[in-house]
Write a protein that binds this ligand. Structure first.
Ligand code: HEM
Length: 336
């Protein structure tokens, strides 16, 4: 749900309707209480109307669940449902307060009001997160990708990096002959085509990789052709570095890699730069970029958890509200 000028038309009718009902109920409640010379409660005319408004809103709010289950039918676009959900849910609380006339009565209405208020607060909290986090991510995480694709993109990055390494400094010297003769291919292992320039001819060679691109708000991976420089002098340190980097690139923080810590990763990269020759600069740059991308994926995963963790709380509370509403109606009917 986005609350901004572009969505004004979507939200304005519900805000106007909610405010109009709230003002009308408040004026009626004050007038009735003035006449009765006390705060009128749930049994008064205004109390009953406010109670029915709040109860039917709660039922409407819960309809979001079946709407979600039946979303394939595309009955009403989600944005219209959400606009109604947000604003009717918000105004439901003042209507419930008018219904009880400021006095809570027994323990059941008290618990009911507390759970309703918590549901309201959890909803507001979720909407605020939805305003702030996606915008922040768009601005600060250029490497952001589709959440479910993170593992795939990470794997692709490792493959690309390995291709670049083979093209610039030759195959991994630590790789055993046995693995090769068995035809086992490590992720990103390459054909003979990817042997570095210095190993076969002195002409500069190219390697095709998937690269991240952003144009305005649109971002994605494009195919990029790199001209590889010869870095065969640094073959051993570069492949050693790749072995240290790979677990973090693949599994992020859960790999327990020390490179998950930005400060340690910076130190590690600058040590690597000092240890290698100038020819290794482009591949070191690619390693740094891959590391930055994985760091951003880590932040994206944390943000994703924040964006979704509140929903089960909101759902649990709203189910509580529904149960308490039924109990409240049953008890109230008995005394009436
Ligand atoms: C009586 C009060 C309310 C009830 C009973 C209620 C109930 C629900 C239910 C059942 C869902 C579906 C949960 C799911 O996705 O599994 C939901 C989602 C949601 N509610 Fe409420 N709600 C209430 C008030 C509010 C308020 C006041 C707000 C914000 C101002 C709000 C914001 C949201 C949002 C943003 C979602 C969608 C989460 C998502 O899927 O992205 N709700 N609510």
């Amino acid at each position: 749900v986005l609350l901004d000028r572009r969505h004004l038309r979507l939200h304005a009718p519900w805000v106007i309707l909610g405010l109009a009902i709230t003002f009308a109920l408040t004026a009626w409640f004050i007038q009735a209480s003035w006449r009765a010379e006390r705060w009128v409660g749930g049994g008064s005319e205004v109390g009953l109307v406010a109670g029915i408004a709040a109860a039917s809103t709660i039922v409407f709010e819960m309809l979001l669940l079946p709407r979600k289950w039946l979303r394939r039918l595309r009955l009403i676009p989600a944005k219209y449902w959400m606009a109604a959900h947000l604003w009717l849910g918000t105004f439901c609380l003042p209507w419930a307060i008018i219904h009880c006339g400021g006095h809570l009565g027994g323990w059941l209405p008290t618990i009911f009001m507390i759970v309703l208020a918590l549901t309201f607060l959890s909803g507001i909290y979720g909407v605020l997160l939805q305003q702030v986090l996606p915008r922040w991510m768009l601005r600060h995480l250029p490497a952001e990708t589709i959440y479910s694709q993170i593992d795939h993109v990470a794997e692709q990055t490792v493959t690309d990096l390995r291709r670049q390494l083979v093209a610039t400094c030759g195959p991994d010297p630590n790789e055993t002959h046995r693995d090769r003769s068995r035809g086992e291919h490590a992720v990103g292992e390459l054909n003979d085509d990817d042997e570095p320039a210095s190993h076969r001819s002195s002409a500069p060679r190219t390697v095709v990789i998937g690269a991240l691109r952003q144009h305005g708000r649109v971002r994605g991976r494009v195919v990029k052709t790199l001209v590889s420089k010869d870095a065969s002098a640094d073959r051993q340190p570069l492949w050693n570095a790749m072995h240290q980097l790979e677990p973090f690139l693949r599994d992020g923080r859960s790999s327990q890699s020390p490179l998950a810590e930005p400060r340690r990763a910076d130190e590690w990269l600058s040590r690597l730069r000092t240890a290698c020759t100038k020819g290794a600069a482009p591949i070191l740059e690619a390693m740094e970029q891959a590391h930055r991308q994985r760091q951003q994926f880590e932040i994206q995963q944390t943000m994703h958890r924040w964006l979704h963790a509140w929903i089960p709380i909101h759902l649990g509370l709203s189910l509580g509200v529904l149960i308490l509403l039924v109990a409240h109606i049953v008890v109230a009917m008995r005394y009436w």
